[in-house]
Design a protein around this ligand. Structure first.
Ligand SMILES: [Zn+2]
Ligand SMILES: [Zn+2]
Length: 131
């Protein structure tokens, strides 16, 4: 089954291996994608045991014969907070032709995403100036 791009209703995020993302571990900025290789729980939306967030190899436990889990789910704790989307992904959604119909149908979301992207850019520029 292809899972290049889908939508996760629980976390309100686009998922799938076609979606670039940061590792959902706080403080980790490893770039991964939201494909099955990185999902906590090892299957779509986290299956039965995972939270469905996405983690890099350093932040994923891979026990023998059990699905891969993040440290919170491994300890059966409340999941981490989901991170916002990768700026590259937001930019792509806002500009790529294949998302034109989505943009036409979700104009409020488009405005919200533009704001997120503008904030992200200010933050990056701001950080650089701070150095
Ligand atoms: Zn988890
Ligand atoms: Zn990580």
């Amino acid at each position: 089954m292809g899972w290049s791009i889908g939508y996760d209703d629980t976390w309100k995020r686009d998922v799938g291996y076609g979606v670039p993302a940061y590792c959902d571990h706080p403080g980790c900025s490893e770039e991964i994608d939201r494909g099955l290789a990185f999902v906590c729980g090892g299957d779509v939306y986290g299956a039965s045991r995972g939270c469905g967030l996405f983690f890099c190899a350093r932040h994923m436990y891979v026990p023998m014969r059990r699905p891969q889990l993040c440290e919170r789910c491994e300890k059966r704790r409340k999941p981490f907070n989901a991170k916002s989307d990768h700026p590259d992904w937001i930019n792509w959604k806002l500009t790529d032709d294949s998302w034109q119909q989505w943009r036409d149908e979700n104009q409020e979301l488009v405005v919200a995403l533009r704001r997120v992207l503008a904030d992200a850019k200010t933050k990056i520029t701001g950080d650089a100036a701070g150095c």
